[in-house]
Design a binder for this molecule. Structure first.
Ligand code: FAD
Length: 373
């Protein structure tokens, strides 16, 4: 009997990996309730180069993404001098390897940016309509006769000698896992219901609006600062609240020391049930959007699973399981060719990470931080 894969959780990463596994000829069982209540909805930034560490040179992306991408000026701005200093440091480090640059005052005016500093993103970055692309991947998975899609959630799993032996769905059905099978847990922000990792859960509000007449248009495809963001996709515009959100769950106490600098940031200190509406209202004002675009029933929010180093956690768990989550603000990693290939090669390499993935360790390191703010 040939090797079989179970992919538990089929959001951005689960769907990308399942598609690749099918592409390599494996049989795949996917478990996800499909409603996506806990699924994250990315703004759309595929920020491969800008403000990323040098170790993350932009490489190929999964070619299937391309029809779902848009290119144009993408801008990050801030009035904080500290941000500008960090951006300059980053530019100095990447000298000659990026066309990202700080905008002049005149350019900021032309783009209607009111903050004192702004960086124009590297032209290799783009917007991806993650939701449509995910729907496309799910269609491919459903159409593949080697795929079994179970529309349910995992309630628990059994293991013996660090080998996963059984998966139990919410309806109480048990799925037997053979010795040679592999289980990939791609549960996103639900991972810590089953495993212990240092994760901070932050709820970020957003609203999709129709691109309407009266929308401030300054030739920017996407823009964000600490309090607001706007992303123009094909057929809809997504409004977000920048880096503002509500802490939904703190990490376990034993991981708190990794978050000391992070927890001091007031932008995550909001509390109360009206937070999404309040932050979105402020973003609307900040962006100068016409009030007619506001719809109470369109307020949405979802939870990001932030890690201390803002890098995904890739853990080859036990003998036959892999846990991947914590993409924080870099969900696009799930669709980078090198990442998917390294994961697959590692799984085929007797469940051992290939050197480049090993280089990501120690996964909780603090020195490879994102340079954003
Ligand atoms: C508001 C917001 C904006 C973001 N913007 C960006 C951006 O612009 N660019 C970017 O690169 N990243 C962005 N991110 C991050 C990105 O969305 C995530 O990193 C990415 O979606 C993570 O992929 P994932 O597969 O780990 O999780 P998800 O895509 O959330 O998938 C997890 C899946 O697991 C399923 N699941 C959960 N529990 C169970 C269970 N018990 N049994 C079975 N299935 C289960 C869920 O239904 C879901 O389908 C953003 C995140 C948020 C919250």
């Amino acid at each position: 009997m040939s090797r079989h894969f179970f992919v538990i959780g089929c959001g951005q990463f689960g769907a990308a990996l399942a598609t690749r596994l099918l592409g390599r000829g494996y049989g795949v069982t996917v478990l996800d309730d499909g409603f996506g209540a806990d699924r994250q909805t990315p703004w759309g930034w595929f920020r491969r180069a800008t403000l990323q560490p040098r170790s993350r040179q932009p490489g190929l992306i999964e070619p299937m993404c391309l029809p779902f991408t848009r290119k144009g000026p993408m801008i990050i701005s801030s009035s904080r001098d500290a941000s500008r200093r960090l951006w300059q440091q980053w530019l100095d480090g990447w000298r000659g390897n990026t066309d990202a640059r700080l905008l002049t005052r005149q350019e900021r005016d032309e783009f209607a940016i009111r903050d004192r500093h702004a960086i124009l993103c590297d032209s290799r970055d783009f917007l991806l309509d993650f939701s449509s692309y995910h729907a496309h991947l799910m269609e491919r998975i459903h159409d593949d006769r080697r795929a079994v899609v179970i529309p349910s959630r995992m309630r628990s799993f059994g293991h013996r000698d660090r080998t996963v032996t059984r998966l139990v769905t919410e309806t109480g059905n048990g799925l037997r896992v053979d010795d040679r099978d592999t289980v990939v847990f791609a549960l996103g922000n639900q991972t810590t219901r089953f495993f212990s990792y240092p994760i901070l859960r932050i709820r970020l509000p957003f609203m999709d609006v129709a691109p309407a007449a009266g929308m401030p248009s300054s030739g920017v495809l996407a823009w964000w600062n600490e309090t607001a963001s706007i992303q123009h996709h094909e057929g809809f515009t997504r409004i977000g609240c920048g880096l503002q959100g509500r802490v939904d769950a703190l990490p376990e106490l034993r991981y708190w020391h990794r978050y000391m600098s992070f927890l001091g940031k007031t932008r995550y200190a909001h509390s109360g049930p009206d937070v999404p509406a309040r932050l979105l209202r402020a973003a609307f004002t900040r962006l100068g959007l016409p009030p007619g675009l506001w719809r109470d029933d369109a307020i949405r929010s979802c939870v990001v699973d932030a890690t201390p180093a803002f890098r995904p956690i890739v853990d080859f768990w036990g003998r036959n399981a892999l846990v991947v989550h914590g993409f924080s603000g870099s969900g696009f990693t799930a669709h980078e060719d090198w990442f998917l290939r390294d994961i697959l090669d590692s799984l085929e390499n007797h469940h051992r990470p290939v050197p480049r993935l090993r280089a990501l360790a120690p996964l909780f390191s603090r020195d490879d931080r994102s340079f954003l703010y």
